[in-house]
Design a protein around this ligand. Sequence first.
Ligand code: 13P
Length: 253
Amino acid sequence: MRHKIVAGNWKMNKTLEEAQALTSEIMGMVADEVNGSVKVVLCVPFPYLVTIKNQLGANATIFVGAQNASEHDSGAYTGETSVAMIKSVGVPYVIIGHSERRQYFGEDAKLLATKVNKVLAGGLTPIFCCGEPLEIRENGTHESLVKQQVEESLFHLSANELKKVVIAYEPVWAIGTGKTASSQQAEDMHAVIRKHLASKYGAEVSESISILYGGSVKSDNAKELFSQPNVDGGLVGGASLKSREFVEIVKAI
Ligand code: 13P
């Protein structure tokens, strides 16, 4: 059985006080709503990781995640945060390769492969993002691009390593645009990714990988998206910044 995961990516939003208030509201609402088969991950800005982690305490459903990690172990990399640092504060998840990192910070497939290695070597779970820009969707090469993204950054892993990766498919044209992929478009791509994983690692491994959908997930489309057989949850941006909306999405799973 694959894990069902709803992760909120807060991106560069909220003050500490607002982050604590949002966490407290989510904790209050999720407690009653979710059974043990769903994990909720709050990917908060770096300065709040320790505070939010402590606030969550021993919560068995809600976990904290980082939004990025350095490809380096330590040293003279001003402004960077290593996997060892993230691990040392007890944070179990790290988003790697978000399209905003690819687009604004020039992160390419090779760099992301190194980052995935570092996160896994630290014993943490990477949430590896892939997804095509609009022009690629329009010219019809989206499936081959996403397969290539997965291949270039993950296919060097052993089967045991791959099993620890969570994949998030986030079509760039659906991020922050209010224009979500249809549930059929999401399902089609998730099936393509799973089949591609199976071609290299076999069906058993590929069936064990959680593949999340991201891109304008909202309370009113979450149920339909999550009902697809290959959609194992969501990576939620804007809608994760409002407690009620986010918890409705969690409930939809
Ligand atoms: P939105 O939900 O705001 O479209 O963002 C999706 C995303 O980028 C999550 O990582």
